[in-house]
Design a protein around this ligand. Structure first.
Ligand SMILES: *[C@@H]1O[C@H](CO)[C@@H](O)[C@H](O)[C@H]1NC(C)=O
Ligand SMILES: *[C@@H]1O[C@H](CO)[C@@H](O)[C@H](O)[C@H]1NC(C)=O
Ligand SMILES: *[C@@H]1O[C@H](CO)[C@@H](O)[C@H](O)[C@H]1NC(C)=O
Length: 192
């Protein structure tokens, strides 16, 4: 009896530690307006898949997910989604060399897997290599802040008026840790 209480206690501690570790690994973000989650798949190829939802993506607006430790809005690598005056969604990649300046790439380096607009609810999935990609060889292999920008109005195609607050910083995201193959790894270890 005494022993089983002790071992139950020990198991609880182990489980708590395990869950804490899982907790500290940030692989999603959600608030009233935005929901996004990401994971790395395809084993050695390491493709980063990002699902992004905007719950009030009205016409002629843009929204963005940016990566980098700033300072502020400087030196950020960004994925920008825009909606025209219909349901068409355009995806851009860009860089902010300094505040209020956005250099948009001629060709976006992320692949759009699928996208839908239902009313004003945008759901889009994009993929990119976790490692070096695009004109600036941008990599997300290292931990970096992810910045969620609900958006602003669209001046014209590819021209984004400044955003109006609501920016959220998801600190120190280690995307490489967000693998969908954890179950398989455990299994492989057991066989060895
Ligand atoms: C949705 O966005 C529009 C402007 O794009 C704004 O007027 C409206 O208040 C927003 N609705 C909610 C519920 O946030
Ligand atoms: C969008 O694509 C992703 C990746 O291919 C897939 O997991 C997801 O189920 C798709 N969603 C829809 C709504 O088709
Ligand atoms: C990106 O990597 C390629 C190949 O390694 C290299 O030739 C190029 O100069 C790099 N560009 C930048 C901006 O670092």
């Amino acid at each position: 009896m005494h022993l089983s209480i002790v071992s139950t206690f020990a198991i609880s501690i182990v489980l708590c530690t395990l869950f804490q570790e899982v907790d500290s690994k940030v692989c999603s973000f959600e608030n009233e307006l935005i929901a996004t989650s990401w994971n790395v798949k395809n084993g050695e190829t390491k493709i980063l898949e990002i699902r992004f939802e905007h719950k009030n993506f009205t016409e002629n607006r843009w929204t963005s997910l940016a990566f980098g430790n700033g300072p502020g809005m400087n030196n950020l690598e960004a994925i920008i989604f825009s909606r025209g005056d219909d349901d068409t969604i355009t995806t851009y990649t860009a860089f902010t060399p300094k505040k209020k300046k956005v250099d948009v790439d001629d060709v976006a380096y992320v692949n759009v897997e699928n996208s839908s607009v239902n009313g004003n609810h945008l759901k889009i999935t994009v993929t990119r290599p976790l490692g070096s990609v695009g004109p600036r060889n941008h990599s997300l292999e290292k931990c970096v802040n992810w910045i969620v920008i609900p958006g602003g109005t669209l001046k014209s195609k590819g021209h984004f008026k400044k955003h109006h607050g609501g920016v959220e910083i998801v600190k120190n995201v280690c995307a490489a840790q967000c693998t969908s193959d954890i179950g398989k790894m455990v299994l492989t270890n057991r066989i060895h």
